[in-house]
Each structure stands twice: as structure tokens, then as C-alpha cells.
Design a protein around this ligand. Sequence first.
Ligand SMILES: *[C@@H]1O[C@H](CO)[C@@H](O)[C@H](O)[C@H]1NC(C)=O
Ligand SMILES: *[C@@H]1O[C@H](CO)[C@@H](O)[C@H](O)[C@H]1NC(C)=O
Ligand SMILES: *[C@@H]1O[C@H](CO)[C@@H](O)[C@H](O)[C@H]1NC(C)=O
Ligand SMILES: *[C@@H]1O[C@H](CO)[C@@H](O)[C@H](O)[C@H]1NC(C)=O
Ligand SMILES: *[C@@H]1O[C@H](CO)[C@@H](O)[C@H](O)[C@H]1NC(C)=O
Ligand SMILES: *[C@@H]1O[C@H](CO)[C@@H](O)[C@H](O)[C@H]1NC(C)=O
Length: 514
Amino acid sequence: MAISTLLRCLSLLAIVSLAAADSAGKSTDENPGQIRLNCGESGSATDADGRAWAGDAASKFAPSMPDAAAASASYKDPSLPSLVPYTTARVFASSSYTYSFLVRPGRAFLRLYFYPSNYGTHAASDALFGVTAGGVTLLRGFNASQTALALNYAYLVREFSVNVSATGTLNVTFIPSSSSSHYAFINGIEIVPTPDMLTSAAPVVPTLANGARPDPMPIRADTAFQTMYRLNVGGESLSPTDDSARLYRSWDNDAPYIFGAAAGVSYGKDANVTIRYPASVPRYVAPEAVYASARSMGPTAQINLNYNLTWILPVDAGFFYLVRLHFCEIQYPITKVNQRSFDVYISNETAREQMDVIAWSGGIGVPVYTDYLVVTAGSGQMDLWVALHPDVATRPVYYDAILNGLEVFKLQTYGDNSLAGESPPISQEQAVDDGSRGGSSKKRKNGFAAALGGAAAGGLLAVLVGLVCACVICRRGRKAAPVLVSEPESSGEQPVHGLPSPNKSSALFNSAQK
Ligand SMILES: *[C@@H]1O[C@H](CO)[C@@H](O)[C@H](O)[C@H]1NC(C)=O
Ligand SMILES: *[C@@H]1O[C@H](CO)[C@@H](O)[C@H](O)[C@H]1NC(C)=O
Ligand SMILES: *[C@@H]1O[C@H](CO)[C@@H](O)[C@H](O)[C@H]1NC(C)=O
Ligand SMILES: *[C@@H]1O[C@H](CO)[C@@H](O)[C@H](O)[C@H]1NC(C)=O
Ligand SMILES: *[C@@H]1O[C@H](CO)[C@@H](O)[C@H](O)[C@H]1NC(C)=O
Ligand SMILES: *[C@@H]1O[C@H](CO)[C@@H](O)[C@H](O)[C@H]1NC(C)=O
């Protein structure tokens, strides 16, 4: 009797503590060093995900702001994902303003939240400004309402990866454009310290398609990046609280970026497949949900041979991009080498032939990712293409391809230390829509990547600089095409298994074949 009561109490306790742990994991528990500032507010507030935001009015990161007014948005668009931090803003009308954040030196995500709206006497269409952080221009001549309109979003999130210098201070400055009617505004600022996820992938540039050679290699320890796209290919959108390692990244569904009607098939992992992260792919690289879903070309070889499974991603021309592809085989019967093999094209250039995920990862359920460096020329907007096509040369069992995740990061330029692109153009129809602002029927309710990146089509010339780095695990007894591999930057990292140790200056070599 007593024992069964005790057991019942214990199981109740277990459930309660599980629930507590869950809510802690999902919301309130923070990575040390994270900062969320709700601009134009004094008290603290909680967003729709349950994360706490401190008001900037009394913040130690916001020294006196005599010329900066707190303001509330005149209209709360129903498509806003959360009222906090979007519906209040700090407005800088007459002069620049600098927030000084104390942050652990090293890599951090800096996220800027913008909700273009009328703020007090300031009309939404008069906002025009620049933003710098740590000496890099993040935005220049930024017309938030035009950008939001072009992307068909009510709000914008701009995510950057910056290297906080050894002083432990990150200065973020808002600079209104010169004319007296223009002003700058910001609704929310989020800083999340991260592992060194991008520069450690530092690719070595091989011979270039067009014979040109970026010199020196454009990825440095202190390079600033802007996230353009982060797609959970073949899977659902993941909200910040679904992300791994509490990095609060958003992962968007890839369907809106697929070219034409040939979208292939999307699917989840077989129930009996477990995602097993190898040492070379730390969990923070991407959450399990990204690897546990995928998109393939379809069941019919003849159809697959006649098309390319293609994603079209509008970007700003004139920058380098790091394109990261995430792979993981997740369904039976694909467990062996040379069952599925395919070619990867980026902007119509061959980035990789004979991609065999099993050969590369070592087995079903094992994630692997690979980075390519793309340079674009010109200015304005252009489209980046990523395309997959079955490889026929190795006569695989299935003429098919697979992709689980896709990320695109813009690299800063070095001459003028800038990440700033031009405002995307708006169409005639969108301009008309803007006149009747207030309705949100046309706004996309979900999705984040478009809010992150650029949009609109252009079509300038893109040159694939080179295919590069790969985060690889080479396993025993496999046959693989030569792989270009770069050494992880942090020397404390695990070695790349089965590969000869590269030397620092030429970290480019072929994988060993056994
Ligand atoms: C940040 O940049 C400095 C050089 O400015 C470099 O020494 C350091 O390794 C970088 N840290 C990271 C995490 O990139
Ligand atoms: C911002 O863009 C909108 C839409 O194109 C335009 O009406 C407005 O004048 C622009 N604002 C400024 C300050 O350039
Ligand atoms: C940040 O800005 C403050 C105030 O404008 C300035 O005193 C400080 O030197 C700046 N720090 C860095 C690292 O730029
Ligand atoms: C896992 O399930 C699939 C069917 O969903 C089956 O074909 C496969 O043999 C199973 N594999 C193992 C190892 O149980
Ligand atoms: C790739 O080729 C297609 C047609 O073959 C063309 O329409 C498209 O503009 C090209 N893309 C790039 C980025 O060059
Ligand atoms: C797939 O894309 C590549 C590179 O742009 C191109 O050469 C090839 O013709 C395309 N194949 C099909 C079937 O469209």
C-alpha cells in the first residue's frame, strides 16, 4: 500500500520535474552571455516563445540617449510573430547612437529586429539609415519599409555573425541618413555567443572557374557574415526555440525557393533510424530536425534524369558567399555506397560530382555537411542557383539525389568592411499594395528566411569560385571520389578521421582511399 502510494508520488514528481526541465529548456534557461534588448521600453518583457527581453531605457548597454525617443508602432500587424520586441522602437532622428554591449570575445550572432511602421511623428517611409557593428557596415541606406514590402513581410530580422574583439565590447551604431526628415530606428537587438562555426570551415580556394583567384582567401578569423538563407530542406520551419545548442536560429521550409514545378518529394526519417552525430559534426551545426527530413527527386529514374532539382536564392551581387549543404541518408534501403550518387551544381557550375552521402558519412542516420565558396560580380540583386542531378557515371542503384539543409552566408568585403547590399526593388503591384497598408492578407505568415535574406529577381552573372571545404568523416572500406577538405581552424578539434594530416598552409588534399 505505502509502497504503491510512494511509487505514484514518485512518478508524479518525475512528470512534474520533466515538465519543469522542458519549459526550462524551451524558454527561460539562457546561454550565458546572451543579450536581448527590447528597444523603446523600460521594463522587461517576454516574447511569444517565452524568452525574456530587457528594456533598453535603463540598460547598462545603452548609455544616455538624450536625442533618442521611445515610440510605439502605430499599427500592430497581425502577422507579427510576437508583440515583443516588434511593437516598440527606439528612434534616432537627429544624430547617430551607439549601443555598447559587453560580450565574451569571439563569435556571436547579432540579430537586429525591425518592424517598419509609423512611429510617433515619424512616417514609416522616412526611415533611411545605416548600421555598423565592430567596425563593419551591416546596413547602408537601409529603407526598412521598402525591404519589407519587397519581401512581402511585415517585419525583418537581420542576422549577422561577428567576431567580438578581445576588448569584449561590441559597439552597434545606428546612423540616420543625412537629410533632416530621415531617421533610424530599431525594435530589438539580440546577441548570442556561438562556437566558431563559419571561419573554422575556412575553405582553401582551388583553381577558379573563370581563372581569377581571390587573393587572399576571403574567410578570416574576424570576418563578419550575414545569414541570407537557412533552410530545413524537405522539413517544417523551425522556430528559434527548436534550434540546437540554444543558438536560437530560425530554419525555414525550402519549398518557396524551389524552381518550377519539379519539387521532387520531401520526407522524414524512417522510425527506426536514429540521427547519430559524428565527432566531426557537432550538434550545434544543425538540430536533429534538419537532418531528420530531406528532399529527393522522386521514385522514377527516367523523370529524375530529365530535370535538375533546383533552388533559386536571390542574393546581393558583388559579394562572396559561403554555401553550406547538409546531408543525411534517413530512409531504408539506402544504407550502402553507390546506391544513390549525384552531382551538385552551384550557379550552373559543377561544385561536386558523384556525391554519395553514405560513402561520405559512413552510414544511414549520420549527418555530414559541406561548404562551397561562391563569388558574385556586379551590383543589385541576382539569383544564386543550387541544383542536384543524378550521377550516371558510377551507375548507382538509384538515379536520385538528396538534400537535408541549405544555408547561405554573405561575407563582408574588406576594402570598405561592408556587408551592405542595395534595397531590393519593389514591383508595381507591391507599390500599390503599400498604399493600402494595414491589411496583411498578402503577408506571409510563416517563414523567416525571406525576412533574413534578400528577394526579387535579377539575373546578373555569377561565378562559382570554387568548391571547397568539407567537413568530412571518411570511414573504412569505402570508395569515394576525391574530396577537397580543409582543416578545421581550431587545432583542439578532433582530427578528420582516415585522412592524412594536412599542413596549415595547404589544407587542400584528396581523401585517402582504402
Ligand atoms: C577574432 O578575431 C581575432 C583577430 O582579430 C582572432 O585572433 C580570433 O581568433 C577571432 N576569434 C574568432 C572566434 O573568430
Ligand atoms: C522607402 O521606400 C518606399 C517604397 O519604395 C518609398 O516610398 C520611400 O520614399 C522610401 N523612403 C526613403 C526615405 O527613401
Ligand atoms: C565603443 O563606443 C564607445 C562610446 O562611443 C567608445 O568609448 C569605445 O571606445 C568604443 N569601443 C570600441 C571597441 O569601439
Ligand atoms: C527499418 O524499417 C524499414 C521500414 O520502415 C525496414 O525496411 C528496415 O529493414 C528496418 N531496419 C532495421 C535495421 O530494422
Ligand atoms: C543557369 O542556367 C539557366 C538555364 O540553363 C539560366 O536560365 C540561368 O540564368 C543560369 N543561372 C545562372 C546563375 O547563371
Ligand atoms: C542541370 O544543371 C547543369 C548545370 O547548370 C546543366 O549543365 C544541365 O544541363 C542541367 N540538366 C538538366 C537536365 O536540366
